[in-house]
Design a protein around this ligand. Sequence first.
Ligand SMILES: NC(=O)c1ccc[n+]([C@@H]2O[C@H](COP(=O)([O-])OP(=O)(O)OC[C@H]3O[C@@H](n4cnc5c(N)ncnc54)[C@H](OP(=O)(O)O)[C@@H]3O)[C@@H](O)[C@H]2O)c1
Length: 239
Amino acid sequence: MNFHDKIVLVTGGTGGLGRQVTMAFLEAGAKIVVTYRAAEEFASVMSAAEKIGVAPPAGVSVDVTDAQAVEKVIAEIVAKHGRLDILVNTVGGYAGGTNLWEVDPRKYDQMLELNLKAGFVLARAVVPQMIRQNRGWIVNIASKAAFDHAAGGALYAASKAAALALFDSLAAEVKPFNVNVNTVVPSIIDTAANRKAMPEADFAKWPKPEEIARVILFLCSEEARVIHGAAFLFTGRVE
Ligand SMILES: NC(=O)c1ccc[n+]([C@@H]2O[C@H](COP(=O)([O-])OP(=O)(O)OC[C@H]3O[C@@H](n4cnc5c(N)ncnc54)[C@H](OP(=O)(O)O)[C@@H]3O)[C@@H](O)[C@H]2O)c1
């Protein structure tokens, strides 16, 4: 896949999954802007890009739940490049292991901010530009928990299910403007954080972030223009 003429925004683009999405787009020739929070994570992506000899991404440190700040970032990208083709939102967060009646009420806001509001704020900011272009691609990352509502994870499941609904509804709205909108729905991903949290697990069964990244690139390609308003489950690996 060739993304040489594409301007891509990967939010959370230095995280466990986001980093692999960023690297895959860089290798495919795209011009990338990533959002990050930890400067050392961004520095690590920069040196990974240098190591494989591709142009490094631009980086912006921003809280993607802050609507004003996000609008400013999008305006700057459009002012610089004249367009914004692709948004992949990998920002999200997990909270679980506590029954609903024992959860700290602050977790409610945290889950909805990270897993729902971030996507809303980002989509709201990028869609007008994509409509002007009459072309665009948006991929949001939900979770298998959006369908599979396990005990102890009510807020996480509810926030991801709401995000799935939000992007599905958006897909219906932007179809006339040639903007493809899809959702990726992973089960446990093989990230360093998950290996640390679940050292006894069989890591081989978990989908690798680079494998999910490759599918995300496909969803953002012309070849996938018929895939719209879909949700893709990544439940594991077949060897
Ligand atoms: N990992 C899994 O097993 C799994 C399974 C199913 C679904 N998912 C979903 O997949 C997505 C990626 O997961 P991941 O494991 O790659 O997560 P991750 O490693 O925590 O990456 C998320 C990135 O977003 C950043 N971020 C958090 N809040 C932000 C904010 N308000 N503004 C800007 N950036 C912010 C994080 O920065 P900090 O590091 O500074 O917090 C991090 O760099 C998430 O939506 C997650 O819910 C993950």
